[in-house]
Design a protein around this ligand. Structure first.
Ligand SMILES: [Zn+2]
Length: 443
């Protein structure tokens, strides 16, 4: 644990609101967590437990190297504005990132950009622009959105096109280990040569004939085999490789980039639950086929966003981008709404839910403002008032509850609800102070 672990209430504020070095909430942090000298020892956080999608249970989190965490979260394919489902994932993992840092871990957080892909190529061709111009534009838009949502920047944000050499080296390794084969410039992963395949999703291979739903590619040995490398096609960007010019398949990039930045064994791999199959399953297969020692200690997956209890989908026109929502509501209202549902559950988006979130964020800031006003007088006059035992207990209890909830697989719903209770108590005190002051003025 870090020696200078900040007060839990202050950490909550920063996880809800702004970056850790902010000065935006001095009053609240002061009132909620100070005077520090009066706090007789902040409670120690209970051991962190996280739900591991591989073992399907909550487990104590034990990092590979003491005090350090390597975390990889699958990023976006930047060909359009990001939707609220993306916001759900990146806020969820930002909360985890912040809490790990709060616990004193040195976290290396990698979040990639899939900047070469069928969808990007198609859209760039439709727009009459290059793939790089399209992807760079929407990377910038994505970064603006996540900054609005107060997600801290990851340690590394690699783009696939910057790691083609790593990808080629990895594919060579998989072929060398007889887990992939080359057909006409394409390279396919051979699921039959990798008995562990589908260990993450628990699917059964025979029931998973991905290729059989569409025209079966007869060049594949098994319809479930997937592309590691795709031979160049007319009008598509391509790179030289031992198998001819081409470009990487989707899944191989995350195996290559996670190993490049974090090594073959790392602590946390995250993403939306829709990525469990096929993306993460294929990623795991590739990494272990190339380097059998490869391992992710904890796989974590966030839930979806439903819109008015229906699955969000472009086809039924209930699809919202982050930009759509933050034009109507403060970005922190969206963040609050997302954090109000546990990361593993589906969050139900509705105007009402966002309005409630918006009111609560307003309430937090109004309380901060009022605290600042009251405390500024004390600061000017340098008055030191001991914290009444009752209030101190309230803060201590809140801090303890915060740590218990967060260490129990990030129960942010309980944290935010508890925080509201605390603010209510603070507002009660502020009102008493105001009454007191106006009575004094009358005397
Ligand atoms: Zn990925």
């Amino acid at each position: 644990m870090a020696e200078n672990t900040p007060e839990p209430a202050a950490a909550l504020l920063s996880s809800l609101t702004v970056a850790e070095d902010t000065t935006a909430t001095p009053a609240a942090t002061a009132l909620l967590s100070a005077p520090a000298t009066a706090v007789v020892g902040t409670p120690s956080p209970p051991p962190l437990q996280l739900f591991n999608s591989m073992t399907k249970k909550k487990e104590p989190f034990v990092p590979r190297v003491e005090g350090k965490v390597g975390m990889y979260v699958c990023g976006v394919t930047p060909y359009d504005f990001s939707h609220v489902g993306h916001a759900r994932a990146y806020v969820a993992f930002d909360v985890l990132y912040r809490y790990l840092k709060f616990l004193g871990y040195e976290v290396e957080y990698v979040r990639n950009f899939t900047d070469i892909d069928d969808k990007i190529i198609k859209r760039a061709n439709q727009n009459g622009e290059t793939v790089t111009s399209l992807s760079s534009r929407f990377i910038a838009e994505f970064l603006a959105d996540v900054a609005e949502l107060q997600c801290l920047p990851p340690t590394h944000e690699p783009r696939v096109t910057e790691h083609i050499d790593n990808i080629i080296d990895l594919i060579k390794e998989i072929i060398k280990n007889d887990k992939a084969y080359v057909v006409d410039g394409d390279v396919y992963f051979s699921v039959d040569n990798f008995p562990e395949y589908l260990s993450l999703s628990g699917r059964i291979l025979d029931h998973n004939r991905a290729g059989s739903r569409v025209a079966v590619d007869t060049r594949k040995r098994n319809p479930a085999d997937f592309a590691l490398w795709k031979a160049a096609k007319e009008g598509e960007p391509s790179w030289e490789s031992p198998w001819g010019d081409g470009r990487p398949g989707w899944h191989i990039e995350c195996s290559a980039m996670s190993a490049h930045y974090l090594g073959h064994v790392f602590d946390i791999h995250g993403g939306g639950k829709d990525l469990i199959f096929p993306h993460h399953e294929n990623e795991l297969a590739q990494s272990r086929a190339a380097y059998p020692e490869s391992e992710v200690k904890c796989w974590m997956h966030n839930g979806f966003i439903n819109i008015d209890d229906q699955k969000m989908s472009k086809s039924v026109n209930n699809f919202f981008t982050i930009r759509d929502i933050i034009t109507l509501y403060h970005p922190l209202a969206l963040r609050f709404f997302l954090m109000r549902t546990h990361y593993k559950s589906d969050a139900n988006h509705s105007d009402k839910a966002l309005e409630i979130a918006s009111d609560r964020v307003y309430y937090i800031y109004q309380t901060l403002y009022d605290c600042d006003e009251v405390l500024s007088l004390h600061r000017e006059e340098n008055i030191s008032v001991p914290v009444p035992a009752e209030e101190q207990k309230l803060v201590d209890d809140h801090n303890k509850a915060f740590l218990e909830s967060m260490s129990d697989d990030l129960r942010t719903t309980d944290v935010l609800d508890g925080f509201m209770e605390l603010l209510k108590a603070i507002n009660g005190n502020l009102n008493d102070l105001k009454v007191c002051r106006s009575n004094n003025m009358l005397l």
